[in-house]
Design a protein around this ligand. Structure first.
Ligand SMILES: [Fe+2]
Length: 215
């Protein structure tokens, strides 16, 4: 099996993610600072081990029709270097719906792709990194992630979580273990978020994506 050193485009993408968790402000929040440190420590450990890379066949979902626009906007934003690294790898991304029976409206408007984690493409046990793409006007229903602490990094789009605030490109949003969240996206532009999950390896390997409070 090939290794990360054989795949510079994946390695540069991970370097950009590392930079965001290293240089990004925690906004004075101790839990966010602790999360940022955990993500970059785990990521560094993985990268230093030159992990195996197992790329799935690229796969599109309907929402991927919005990816070009999302990247066009993101390269004008604060995370332009990450957006360009995503653009380099875009033809090789495996976009998925994740849910066994997604609501039909969501299946046309949402997809996620993994970058690093127990299931690859860059194989790692202690951390999952990926991206979520949401079409304009989407509501991503209430969900939470059992035993997993999650952060979203906003590349482009105006969106809200639990009707609490409007998040702009460059924002980091922390969802502590088990916290239920519901996302809404502004009507005119797509939203591209990077995410990081930290949690027990067995949970990261089978995160049981389910909608609703019981998931
Ligand atoms: Fe989430």
């Amino acid at each position: 099996m090939s290794r990360l050193a054989d795949h510079p485009d994946w390695a540069y993408l991970l370097r950009e993610v590392d930079g965001i968790y290293r240089r990004g402000s925690a906004g004075g929040s101790a839990p966010i600072r602790a999360h940022q440190r955990q993500v970059r420590e785990r990521l560094n450990r993985v990268v230093q081990g030159n992990p195996p890379v197992a790329e799935a066949a690229p796969a599109d979902q309907p929402v991927v029709a919005h990816l070009g626009r999302a990247l066009d906007r993101a390269v004008d934003g604060p995370l332009a270097a990450l957006a360009r690294a995503v653009g380099r790898i875009a033809p090789r991304l495996d976009w998925r719906l994740g849910y066994r029976r997604p609501p039909p409206a969501l299946a046309r408007r949402f997809a996620y792709t993994e970058v690093l984690g127990p299931n690859g493409p860059v194989i790692a046990e202690p951390l999952t990194l990926g991206m979520v793409l949401l079409a304009p006007g989407t509501t991503y229903p209430q969900h939470h992630h059992r035993d997993i602490e999650e952060s979203y990094i906003s590349l482009t789009g105006a969106w809200s979580e639990n009707d609490a605030a409007v998040h702009a490109p460059g924002s980091l949003i922390l969802n502590k273990v088990g916290e239920t969240h519901r996302l809404t996206v502004g009507d005119h532009e797509p939203c591209l978020l990077a995410y990081a999950w930290i949690g027990p390896p067995e949970r990261l390997a089978a995160p049981e994506m389910r909608l609703g409070r019981g998931g």
